[in-house]
Design a protein around this ligand. Sequence first.
Ligand SMILES: [Zn+2]
Length: 308
Amino acid sequence: MCTTLIALVLFATSPLLAQDAAPRFDWAKSQPHWAAPTEPFNIIGNLYYVGTEGLAVYLITGEGGHVLIDGGLAGHEQNIINNIAALGFDIKDVKYLFNTHAHFDHSGGLAALKEASGAELWASEGDVSALEGGFYLGHEDKAEFAAPPVKVDHVMRESDPGFNGAIVSLTGDKPGKPFLKAELTPGHSGGCTSFRLFIDDESEHLEVLIFCSATVSANRLVISEQGPPQYDGIVDDYRHTFEKTVDWTPDIFLANHPEAFGLKEARARQLAGERRAFINRGVFQKYIVEKRNAFEAALAEQEAAAGE
Ligand SMILES: [Zn+2]
């Protein structure tokens, strides 16, 4: 009887056993660049790239504690931890964890990184259920889209006075720059969040944008044989995001997929000696117009298919 009890307790509390029972889809095999380690580097000021070859993770260092944006793929968190250490920083000094959106390729590593750092996870309301439940909202049945569940410590709501404002002062209690501003840019996920960072570089005031995403990818936009829309209000959310961002003019546009802003090319120029290689004024405006057009085309296609 005693043995049975112990076995039951072990089964109930061991995440390893649960994982063994239902192994996750191996994205590292189908998308090897998502898991491939790459050297970390400074982008500009106190902003660093600590992700893998194919999935961006950003470290912003500050006297008040560091910020980490995104967690990459589950099971590959050690790459990020190693990169932070290689730059001379300590994962334990990361005080805030943010997530661009609750999809496994950007949120999968958050649980392990939260544990390694002891940081608080901040997320937008629309992504909380997916982060805490470990699923892709609207694709709850797809095991390959699952991620380790992670507890959100601070829910950001658009009605919060601090939401679309300076939410994290990177200088701790001391007033002044730099600071990080979260902006809700929903559609790709219900809580898709972008980040604006203001950096003074050689007496110039530079604005960095880490954009969430505005692609349609696996999202259902309308009711069809495939099911209801990904989530209620998804079409309005995309359109709201396109309207909101159309006049954004960042000096440096970055995203969670490196190919979206030409990381490889910029990094090569940086290695060749160009100090401000990541300045790419005008690229975001072109990008967002392309994404808006692609969204409207995908919507028309899905509507036509649903009406057949
Ligand atoms: Zn996504």
